[in-house]
Ligand binder design. Structure first.
Ligand code: CTP
Ligand code: ZN
Length: 158
């Protein structure tokens, strides 16, 4: 079996990683938002490879993000599912994929996104953490009802 069936059979576009996470089947154009969600901007010396708009058999074009030396938390995977609903999370140890799972859209995301409504109780001084219901096409603040459909990645608390 070729080890990169989605890519060009003759060439591996992005090299394999030793230990870490491969986020595969990301919607084309979302790789930079994936990095934003993971809080990766390169300034901490993170070892990251990104492929953008590479041919894929499951999606017309996909992005792929490989992060060396890091396994993702469930919270991170939950938020990733909002912008990359078809993503596969591959955990790699010693060059082998030891776990592979599809992301699942949670019903609720708590404490990870901040409400864009400055009048919302979650954005003031009250000790109320954010809470959003996940809709088919966006997220809705449980407290003030604000619905966000675009640019969800920009709401991520960092
Ligand atoms: N990968 C990697 N480094 C490794 C092992 C795998 O970067 N040491 C990457 C592969 O290039 C691929 C992804 O992780 O993009 C998943 O690997 P694998 O399960 O071997 O590939 P497929 O079977 O093609 O995956 P799927 O069925 O999920 O498309
Ligand atoms: Zn709100």
């Amino acid at each position: 079996m070729s080890d990169d069936r989605d890519g060009d059979e003759h060439e591996l576009r992005v090299s394999k990683i030793r230990n870490g996470t491969v986020i595969d089947h990301v919607r084309g154009g979302q790789a930079l938002n994936v990095l934003a969600i993971l809080g990766i901007d390169g300034s901490q010396g993170e070892e990251v490879s990104v492929g953008m708009n590479v041919p894929s058999d499951r999606l017309a074009r996909k992005d792929i993000v490989k992060v060396e030396g890091r396994e993702l938390s469930q919270d991170e995977v939950d938020v990733l599912s909002l912008i990359a609903p078809d993503a596969t999370i591959n955990i790699v140890r010693d060059y082998e994929v030891v776990e592979k799972h599809r992301v699942e859209r949670p019903e609720i995301v708590e404490g990870v996104l901040s409400c864009p409504n400055t009048g919302c109780i979650t954005t003031g001084d009250e000790p109320v953490s954010s809470r959003f219901e996940v809709l088919d096409d966006g997220v809705r603040c449980t407290y003030c009802g604000t619905i966000v459909r675009e640019e969800i990645a920009s709401l991520i608390d960092t």
